[in-house]
Design a protein around this ligand. Structure first.
Ligand SMILES: CC(C)(COP(=O)(O)OP(=O)(O)OC[C@H]1O[C@@H](n2cnc3c(N)ncnc32)[C@H](O)[C@@H]1OP(=O)(O)O)[C@@H](O)C(=O)NCCC(=O)NCCS
Length: 137
C-alpha cells in the first residue's frame, strides 16, 4: 500500500524539471521539449501529483472543457515505486476531480486494458482516429 506520508496535490503544477524526470520513463513523452512542457502546464488545470518527502512520484492530468469532455493523459508512476498502489491512488484521485465532466476518454496501449478497466473504463465502441504531426508524440 502507498506509504501514509504520501501527499496528494490537486491542480497544482509540478516543476518542468521534475516532470521531465517522470516523462523520461515513458514511451510517449520521453523526448518532450522542456519549453513545450512549460506551455503544456500553463494550459493544464486538472492534474494530480503524488509526492513523498517532496519528491514527485506520480503524475496524471486531464485535458478538459470543464463540463462535457475530458481526456486522461500522461499517467505515470516513478519506476522505483511501481506496484505499491501509487497508480491506484493516482487514478482514484484523477477520477474524483473529473467529477464535473460527463465523459472521460483515454488512449492507451491495448495491454493497459486491464489496468484502466479496474477504474471503470471500457473499450469505446466506435472508431478513434488520429492526425499526427510528423514529430508528434
Ligand atoms: C501503469 C502505472 C501507472 C501503474 O502504476 P503502479 O503504481 O504500478 O500501479 P498500482 O501499484 O496501483 O497497481 C494497480 C493495479 O494495476 C495493475 N497494473 C499495473 N501496471 C499494469 C499494466 N501495465 N498492465 C496491467 N495491469 C497493471 C497492478 O498489477 C495492480 O493490480 P492489483 O490491484 O490487482 O494488484 C505504472 O506502471 C507506470 O507508470 N507505467 C509506465 C507509464 C504507463 O504505461 N502509463 C500508462 C499510459 S496509458
Amino acid at each position: 500500500m502507498v506509504p501514509e506520508d504520501v501527499k496528494i496535490e490537486i491542480n497544482k503544477n509540478p516543476e518542468v524539471s521534475e516532470l521531465m524526470e517522470l516523462f523520461r520513463q515513458t514511451d510517449w513523452a520521453k523526448n518532450r521539449d522542456p519549453d513545450k512542457i512549460g506551455w503544456m502546464l500553463a494550459k493544464t488545470d486538472m492534474s494530480v501529483c503524488l509526492r513523498q518527502d517532496g519528491k514527485l512520484l506520480a503524475y496524471g492530468r486531464i485535458l478538459n472543457d470543464g463540463c462535457f469532455r475530458g481526456l486522461l493523459d500522461d499517467v505515470v508512476v516513478e519506476k522505483s515505486v511501481r506496484g505499491q498502489g501509487f497508480g491506484t491512488l493516482l487514478m482514484k484521485t484523477l477520477i474524483q476531480i473529473s467529477e464535473p465532466l460527463e465523459v472521460l476518454f483515454l488512449n492507451a496501449d491495448p495491454k493497459m486494458k486491464g489496468y484502466y478497466g479496474k477504474f471503470g473504463f471500457s473499450a469505446f465502441q466506435g472508431i478513434t482516429m488520429v492526425r499526427r504531426k510528423k514529430s508528434g508524440g
